[in-house]
Design a protein around this ligand. Structure first.
Ligand code: UDP
Ligand code: MN
Length: 272
């Protein structure tokens, strides 16, 4: 039987640091699946080295030289570069089944049970629950599906400019066809949802297994005072959508397990 893997993506050093925290969180909760990071060509060697210590496999993906269909899609839709890089996960055919996770997610417990699910399983998006959120999804690598997705992408574009629009249009029966493909919300809990339905969060939040720092402001947009153990950053930003406990947890993981992997000169550079 071929193996199964968690897959994430980073096209910049900032997202790469997010990927490191995610990978480390999966390790801390003793996953027995492989960990794979797809990285864009702009991620620096220092980050690739650090990723290599956490992940089993780090694949540098340059969509520009990854085949005709990809090139064609990119020529028609240059804005979809990151999206096409994400879709590259379907080419990981050395694995029979994978769980994709955004680099801005972090696990709070073991989630290996997700491999009991089929393609395409995902949790509802908090903004439009008939769409799935593409920050966490179960899929089956297949070159055929990859080609179809790229063709679909170049012909139809993306209604939201990103991978979530493409994937929802392609897997268009997700909302109605098969309830087993609806992951419980606790596998992709975003801070936005916490604040829009606080009583539900108080009732069910302790069951959360994956947090997703969805939105423009990311954990690495803040800084951290290691002496005080406090997250620094503009309060107005922080109170916007970021849950303070999860944000602190992200920074504690980063400080303890990720920062030591980065060269000191580099470690202290502000994130871009
Ligand atoms: N991503 C990336 N570089 C970028 C933007 C996005 O590598 O410049 C990847 C990364 O894995 C990220 C995912 O694509 O988690 C989706 O983007 P993001 O999480 O920023 O979107 P959101 O979840 O906030 O809608
Ligand atoms: Mn995300």
């Amino acid at each position: 039987m071929s193996e199964e893997a968690f897959v994430t993506l980073a096209t910049s050093d900032s997202y790469a640091k997010g990927a490191m925290v995610l990978g480390q969180s999966l390790r801390n909760h003793h996953t027995n699946r492989k960990l794979v990071a797809l990285v864009g060509p702009h991620v620096t060697d220092c980050c690739i080295e650090a990723l290599n210590t956490i992940f089993d496999e780090v694949c540098v993906v340059n969509v520009l030289d990854s085949g005709d269909t990809a090139n064609l899609a990119l020529m028609k839709r240059p804005d979809l570069g990151v999206t096409l890089t994400k879709l590259h996960c379907w080419t990981l055919t050395q694995y029979s089944k994978c769980v994709f996770m955004d680099a801005d997610t972090m696990v709070l417990s073991n989630i290996d049970e997700l491999y009991e699910r089929e393609e395409l399983s995902a949790a509802p998006d908090p903004g439009w629950p008939d769409c799935f959120n593409s920050g966490v999804f179960v899929f089956r690598p297949s070159n055929e599906t990859h080609d179809k997705l790229l063709t679909f992408c170049s012909e139809n574009g993306s209604f939201d400019g990103g991978d979530q629009g493409v994937l929802n249009s392609y897997f268009s029966t997700w909302a109605t066809a098969d309830i087993s493909k609806h992951l419980p919300f606790i596998y992709n809990l975003s801070s936005i949802a916490i604040y829009s339905y606080l009583p539900a969060f108080k009732q069910y939040g302790h069951n959360a297994k994956v947090v997703h720092f969805l939105g423009q402001v990311k954990p690495w947009s803040y800084s951290y005072d290691t002496k005080k153990g406090e997250v620094k950053g503009s309060v107005s930003q922080q109170s916007a959508h970021m849950h303070p406990d999860y944000l602190l947890l992200w920074w504690q993981l980063y400080t303890k397990s990720v920062a030591p992997l980065l060269k000191s000169a580099y470690r202290d550079e502000p994130f871009s």
